[in-house]
Design a protein around this ligand. Sequence first.
Ligand code: GAR
Length: 210
Amino acid sequence: RMRIAVLISGSGSNLQAIIDACEKQQINGDIVAVISNRPNVYGLERAEKASIETVVLDHKEFESREAYDSALMEKIDTFTPDLVVLAGFMRILTPGLVQKYKGQMLNIHPSLLPKYQGLNTHQRAIDAGDKEHGVSVHFVTEELDGGPVVLQAKINILPDDTADSLAKRIHQKEHIIYPLVVQWFSEQRLTMEEDNAVFNNKKLPAHGAD
Ligand code: GAR
């Protein structure tokens, strides 16, 4: 069974979806640690309820991004994970950390990448007059929100949608696609090779699987 470390910064609803999929044996693995850069977030409670070891590594207690990331790397390593899952982890990672877990680190980003990398994706999609919006699961590379996409889910933007209403519908999609991608990885059907996502021995297109 695969050893999975999950990094969070907040409510952890994606963490919960992955906990549930592990408990139902959909994912061939176990979450061995939940690490948060913020104390007292709800995701930590979710982990504790599921009897998963939690770690708070508060970025405010470090002098630089490099110092934080090297402490984070050391902490992650103590759990010897096969996979590191970023689930609403709201920090940019240094190249050293990204390289260390190359091909073993996934992120979920609330946009149809390559659109809207960075923050405020829902409002930006509304402001641009987009008719559709979505969410992407991708491997993490040094390019921010730029790694190869594995899977996307789409929703329609309706005339009276707000950033909040979009976030809500996006979350429902996230809770379906993120556990599924982790499942594929845990079954060794998904890898990253030369900055391409490879699923069932087939290179995925830049926008991920259909
Ligand atoms: C999710 O919507 C995720 O896509 C987003 O944060 C939310 C976390 O929700 N991630 C990013 O914006 C990454 N830049 P959760 O804590 O309930 O899982």
